[in-house]
Design a protein. Structure first.
Length: 508
């Protein structure tokens, strides 16, 4: 009678002079080269051979010391697995390379799972293991479990096969510990999740169910799938380390961009913060563009790169406003190009100073841009010279991303993308925005619900600053109020009152 693989392994172990504890169908042994008290090698008989696991050494190296190969762990040189629908799978080891080989025969178009006929129909609550290969099925059968496998394991789409015999039963899908194994297990789970109670488990040791059983472990020792955390998700302790560094960052290194107005900075936790979006809104002529350009110029003069994307105003007009604000020369004279002596002197002094050349400000003068196109400009600038602040004037003129979008949807999409852009590019995004004319007609201060065309603007922004010119006896007081209708960096509802100096294109 031919010696079984189990007996062949036990004989080889004893022949190597190691201590062997053989229980008949399973056992343990001293790993060759290790101490007499060691039992680091375990083995178990299966229907087609023996499973071997070495806990404290390399299995292939131990087999070599024993004068055996992986093919010696099977009872026959060729192992045939028969499926209930006539498919036949033959497994053997190539004599030259030592690598395992498979061949399909019989009903190769069959849809039955291997060993599906062993599922007891009269015990509906018995768990069924789904494994990746016939050898793994036999391994679990050796420890009294019911297991099935689709043909060719992870090499073929499991949707091709009949899973209905598993419906209504508890199912454990055992993944092989490689990427194809995980993909295959998730696909099987997807096919079964609407039909039965199914989970994905992993072997406690080794790469598959056979290694798990060979290591002397039973079915209860499988562990729940350990999936990696989604990219971008971090633990509180990890974030806390970054927070501590942020909390103690030297003042000189803190990236908070002050506005020209200290009272407003106080309400905004120091100024404008990267990763946040800010709305400056007002009725036509209320100063939203003046405010946006004043901030852009102030930040840029502190050598932080700023991009102003004006969809309404040509770059020469923007330059005129900035020269007026920088020199405190009369804006009307600049636009007419008729400077009196005082204005000319102021402009000349400003132009001869180092302020213009040291102002890290760039202008984008295009009247028809989508928010995606604006982002592309911002990304290229960030890669070229860096970018700290992006100003868009104004959101109502941003072109719809897709044809057929309603104006409300287009504005809502643009405001959301500005919020996303601020976070992903780690910059400040400041948007000018128009208010509905209702505030003017009702002679009342504006509120966030007055933002024109889309309530999404308020929802998506971190800060909403509303510009208002108070009236006394129907006349402007000469001040402008910046009313913080929304403020995620400080108190909402705060009002900062500043002098309105429209004649030199400045606030404050």
């Amino acid at each position: 009678m031919e010696t079984s693989a189990y007996e062949r392994l036990v004989q080889a172990l004893r022949g190597a002079g190691v201590v062997v504890d053989d229980k008949g169908d399973f056992g343990s042994a001293q790993t060759p080269g290790h101490g007499h008290g060691d039992r680091g090698t375990t083995f178990r008989r299966t229907a087609d051979g023996v499973l071997l696991w070495v806990h404290n050494d390399d299995r292939d190296a131990v087999l070599e010391q024993l004068g055996l190969a992986m093919s010696d762990l099977f009872d026959a040189k060729q192992t045939e697995y028969s499926y209930g629908d006539g498919r036949k799978v033959t497994r053997w080891y190539d004599s030259e390379t030592g690598k395992k080989r498979f061949a399909q025969g019989g009903n190769k178009t069959g849809t039955a799972l291997f060993a599906v006929e062993t599922i007891p129909k009269d015990v509906p609550d018995m768990p069924v293991f789904v494994v990746e290969g016939e050898k793994d099925v036999r391994a679990l059968q050796a420890v009294g479990q019911v297991a099935v496998s689709p043909p060719q394991g992870a090499m073929t789409d499991p949707a091709r096969f009949d899973w209905t015999p598993l419906h209504g039963r508890p199912v454990l899908v055992v993944r092989d510990m490689d990427d194809p194994g995980l993909t295959h297990a998730k696909r099987v789970h997807e096919l079964l999740r609407d039909h039965c109670d199914v989970v994905i488990v992993e072997p406690a040791v080794g790469k598959d169910s056979a290694d798990h059983v060979a290591a002397g472990l039973d079915a209860s020792a499988f562990t729940m799938l350990r999936t990696p955390m989604p990219e971008g998700v971090r633990s509180f302790s990890e974030v806390l380390g970054d927070w501590w560094s942020w909390m103690h960052q030297p003042v000189s290194e803190r990236r908070v961009y002050s506005t020209p107005w200290e009272d407003l900075n106080d309400k905004l936790a120091g100024g404008l913060h990267p990763k946040r979006s800010y709305i400056f809104a007002g009725r036509p002529g209320a100063g939203k563009t003046v405010a946006a350009l004043n901030i852009a110029q102030h930040v840029a003069e502190k050598h932080c790169p700023v991009l102003v994307a004006s969809l309404e105003m040509p770059d020469l007009e923007m330059a005129s406003r900035m020269v007026a604000a920088g020199s405190q020369a009369h804006y009307g004279q600049i636009t007419r190009r008729e400077l009196d002596d005082n204005a000319a002197r102021r402009v000349q002094t400003y132009m001869e100073s180092d302020r213009p050349d040291s102002t890290a400000l760039w202008m984008l003068d295009k009247s028809s841009l989508t928010i995606e196109q604006i982002r592309s400009y911002a990304e290229q600038m960030q890669q070229s010279v860096g970018l700290g602040l992006l100003v868009i004037d104004h959101i109502g003129l941003i072109k719809a991303t897709r044809n057929g979008m309603s104006r409300r949807d287009a504005i809502g999409h643009a405001s959301w993308q500005c919020s996303v852009m601020a976070k992903e590019l780690d910059i400040v995004v400041l948007l000018a925005c128009q208010l509905n004319r209702g505030t003017e007609q009702e002679n009342r201060p504006p509120v966030t619900s007055d933002l024109k065309e889309s309530g999404d603007i308020e929802q998506n922004a971190d800060v909403v600053a509303l510009l208002h010119h108070p009236l006394v006896n129907g006349e402007r007081t000469g001040d402008v109020e910046i009313r913080l209708g929304k403020n995620r960096t400080g108190p909402a509802g705060a009002v900062v009152t500043l002098p309105w100096r429209g004649q030199i294109a400045r606030i404050g």
